[in-house]
Structure formats: C-alpha cells, structure tokens
Write a protein that binds this ligand. Structure first.
Ligand SMILES: [Zn+2]
Length: 225
C-alpha cells in the first residue's frame, strides 16, 4: 500500500488506489466535498455516528441514520466515516469486490462492531480470510489514558489484559491493538492487517478530540470506480 498525499481546494488528503478501489483520509481543516470533487464523485454517504455497532450497506442509507460502519456496494459513491482519535478501520477484499470503513473507539470495540462487520460480510458471501484491513490515524495507547471503569468493561474480553497498561494517571489503552487482536481471534491473518502508525494526538496535522478539537474531524473515505 503506497499512499499519495495530495491537496485539492485547500483540503489535504492521503490515499491509495488498488484495482478499482480508492481509500484514504484527510488532514485537519479539510472537507469531504473536496475529496469527492477531486475524484469526480457527487454522492457522499455519511452516518450519524454514535459509538455503536450498526453497519450499513451504502445503498441502504437514506439521510443520516445512526450507525458506525459503511460497506460500499455501489460504484461512484463515496462512503465517509469521521474520526478524531477513534480508529477508522478500512477493509477491502483482495478481488476488489467489497470495501468500506467503520468507526471504532473503545465503545465500538466493546460493542464488537468488528465482529459484526465480519458476520455481515459473511452473510453476503464474502470469505473473510480474503479481506485486507488498514487502521488509519488514531490516538495511540501512550497518549490515550483511561480509568478503571473502562478497564473493568473489558474484563471478560480475551484480549482485555493485553491492551491496557498501568500509568501514573490511569491506564493507557491501545484501541488499535484491541481491534487487531479481535480480528485475529476471528480468523483474519495477522499479515492482512496494516496500520498507518499515525497518532492523532501527537501529529498536529490531524484533529484530536483529546488535544481539544471538538468540531474538527478526519474524513476517512472509500470509493469504488
Ligand atoms: Zn501520540
């Protein structure tokens, strides 16, 4: 996966293209409409994100329903998931027939949106071993301190003891690693999961809720051409 960095109408974005699929994410102070304009796509599908586990196929979405995941099943449509510290989890099938992006913070990880994604794709006939995953910019563990209440919520998760580390101010939490462990447990080969390695809290080119950005978001986009 080789990402290109580009600018259009003042919006800065990183993307890669493979077969007929384009995936990417914007830097701070960018607009989803500029990305659509750059790629010549008019229809943008977005959700009212609520940190839950509901996933939609793009052609089912009317308006802005509550949900946190989008599976693209149409050409010339762009699905967008907004994040600022939470993890955008991109996925695509090796044959280029399936793609999308879902939003996962600790609540999404707890409500098992990743497992819901795999189940939803399996129902539609996708062999999940043929899926390739990518986690976009998100807050890294050492910058994301949570308290005992969050740790307790993961006490019955198989990876619950692998994603928290005690720090002087609470516990660092590796949400991205939690997602990876969850996927591996569901049979996804580890080598099929890649990471941007960008921490939104450390890298000021990206908005971070914990750093104080209340309204600004990364637009994580996927389209099929
Ligand atoms: Zn950081």
């Amino acid at each position: 996966m080789i990402f290109k960095r580009n600018e259009h109408n003042g919006s800065v974005f990183h993307y890669f293209e493979e077969k007929n699929i384009v995936m990417g994410f914007t830097e701070i102070d960018s607009e989803a409409e500029d990305i659509g304009d750059y790629f010549g796509i008019e229809k943008i599908v977005q959700l009212d994100q609520v940190h839950g586990n509901k996933i939609y196929f793009s052609n089912e979405v009317k308006g802005y329903p509550e949900g946190d995941g989008l599976i693209l099943n149409e050409k010339n449509v762009m699905t967008v998931i907004r994040t600022a510290d939470c993890v955008p989890l991109f996925f695509r099938s090796i044959d280029g027939q399936v793609a999308g992006v879902i939003h996962i913070g600790w609540r999404g990880l707890h409500s098992k949106i990743g497992i819901n994604l795999l189940e939803t794709l399996k129902e539609k006939g996708t062999d999940t071993k043929d899926l390739l995953f990518f986690t976009g910019p998100a807050i890294e563990g050492k910058c994301y301190i949570v308290q005992q209440d969050v740790v307790d919520k993961f006490s019955d998760f198989s990876f619950g003891d692998k994603i928290f580390e005690k720090t002087p101010k609470g516990y660092s939490m590796e949400v991205t690693r939690g997602i990876e462990l969850c996927l591996i447990e569901q049979g996804i080969p580890e080598e099929n999961i890649k990471h941007s390695g960008i921490c939104t809290f450390c890298n000021k080119n990206f908005p971070s809720y914990r750093r104080g950005d209340r309204e600004k978001r990364i637009f994580n986009f996927v389209m099929m051409r």
